[in-house]
Write a protein that binds this ligand. Structure first.
Ligand SMILES: [Zn+2]
Length: 294
């Protein structure tokens, strides 16, 4: 259900990038590399990857703020980082927030579908389960603005009873974050915080993803917003790099967030795999029913 609707959501993006020669060069490169998707489908997967990674970066920025500003966390830090990142997005440009959160939720749905029944490892993990993270974020979104975000709640089949509680839950969360962030907002006239945006060289395998993230200025935009919005006592950095594994994390000893190019590659292929699966399902659904055996 979610899969079919996400395709519809992607249509405006496709329309805005047609004709074919306006696709990102990486779309042609990655379509050829995989061999099972068209450049147009690779462009959709790249857009989803970019938005998904943008959410991950916001989540890690949430960890950075919690630790650098020594914010109180009255619950699990992973859940707090999710709620802070969702809030930072909601407070920004609404179209941008919609697309970024929509891709994050699509990623969690795919993660849930691939993960199967959670065993002890996942239940004991500090992160909530993927679908729980999705529902909590959607609850914040419709609590903040039901008109904008209800289509995403509909795709997730968000139960009506929870929807009704979301405005109250969102208001409580927003007031709580406002209270702890307020002393750390940069006063007008005070120098901006120092937030370095650093792009380290990718290797051959991750170059297409790294170059797209860099061309679109993902880390640079986040660093500029962070420097402008908050007074952060020490210099901090947002770093795009190869890590040797697909992940992203805040590194307290070095006051920086590492965003691993391998995670962008993993994200791209996750969305591309789903696009292929959906295309195959749609083709099978169009096949005529076989004649009954005599
Ligand atoms: Zn985290």
């Amino acid at each position: 259900m979610y899969r079919l609707l996400i395709a519809l959501l992607c249509l405006p993006f496709l329309a805005s990038t047609a004709p074919a020669q306006e696709l990102h060069p990486q779309a042609y490169e990655l379509a050829e590399l995989r061999g099972d998707i068209s450049p147009e489908e690779a462009e959709i997967a790249l857009e989803l990857m970019f938005r998904h990674i943008a959410y991950v970066l916001h989540h890690e920025v949430g960890h950075l703020l919690i630790n650098e500003l020594d914010l109180p966390v009255l619950g699990w830090e992973e859940d707090a980082a999710d709620s802070l990142s969702t809030l930072l997005l909601i407070w920004g440009d609404s179209e941008d927030a919609f697309r970024t959160l929509d891709s994050a939720i699509y990623g969690w749905v795919l993660g849930h579908e691939r993960g199967g029944m959670p065993g002890a490892d996942r239940l004991a993990d500090e992160h909530s389960l993927d679908l729980q993270r999705a529902y909590h974020s959607v609850c914040m979104m419709i609590g903040a603005d039901a008109e904008i975000y209800t289509p995403i709640a509909d795709k997730l089949n968000m139960p009506e009873a929870r929807r009704q509680r979301c405005p109250g839950e969102f208001n409580r969360l927003q007031r709580s974050w406002d209270a702890v962030l307020e002393p750390h907002r940069r006063p007008e006239g005070q120098a901006e915080s120092v937030v370095h945006a650093v792009w380290l060289d990718p290797d051959e395998d991750t170059a297409p993803y790294a170059s797209l993230l860099r061309d679109e200025g993902l880390i640079d935009m986040a660093a500029a917003q962070l420097a402008d919005a908050f007074h952060i006592p020490r210099e901090v950095g947002l770093v795009g790099r190869n890590c040797g594994h697909p992940n992203a994390y805040y590194v307290p000893d070095y006051a920086r967030v590492d965003l691993c190019y391998e995670l962008a590659a993993l994200s791209f292929h996750m969305f591309a795999d789903d696009i292929v699966a959906r295309r195959q399902q749609a083709a099978e659904a169009r096949l005529p029913a076989s004649a009954p055996a005599n």
